[in-house]
Design a binder for this molecule. Structure first.
Ligand SMILES: [Zn+2]
Ligand SMILES: [Zn+2]
Length: 143
């Protein structure tokens, strides 16, 4: 925790207890929470926290490159504290997002017409499917 505090002070990030709670929640979190998920979880510890505080903190962290906004879900923005390049898979039924650590760069060949005009600096691959839990339930039921 000391490390997190030090790191964010260095970034010029004003730390309030509520913000610290958000940082703690995000530290090592692999559930790809939405701002709403973070809000509902943090509210258990800080009942007076507003959604705006959560939202603004998450945006500030994203702007500083401390967390990544992932776009796999057209309905909601999910956030990922793991900034190491990786891919994602989302369950079509429960909309849970999991990590995919694999390098597809060799398979992702751009047509020469595009690669002649762009120097590629990154890529991401989104997968969609039905998770084991939803598949066992029949795959169509919302949980
Ligand atoms: Zn599922
Ligand atoms: Zn991820």
């Amino acid at each position: 925790m000391e490390n997190i505090i030090k790191k964010y002070r260095e970034l010029g990030f004003k730390l309030t207890p509520q913000r610290l709670g958000i940082l703690q929640y995000l530290d090592g979190n692999t559930s790809h929470p939405t701002a709403e998920d973070i809000f509902y979880s943090i509210r258990k510890t800080y009942p007076t926290i507003s959604f705006a505080t959560v939202y603004n903190t998450v945006q500030a962290l994203r702007d500083r490159g401390e967390i990544v906004e992932i776009t796999i879900d057209p309905a909601k923005k999910h956030f990922d504290p793991n900034t190491y390049p990786h891919h994602h898979i989302m369950c079509d039924t429960c909309r849970k997002v999991e990590d995919v650590f694999a390098d597809y760069s060799a398979a992702l060949k751009l047509p020469a017409e595009v690669s002649s005009r762009f120097t590629v600096t990154g890529n991401h691959v989104d997968f969609y499917g039905i998770c084991a839990r939803c598949r066992d339930k029949g795959g169509s039921e919302k949980i």
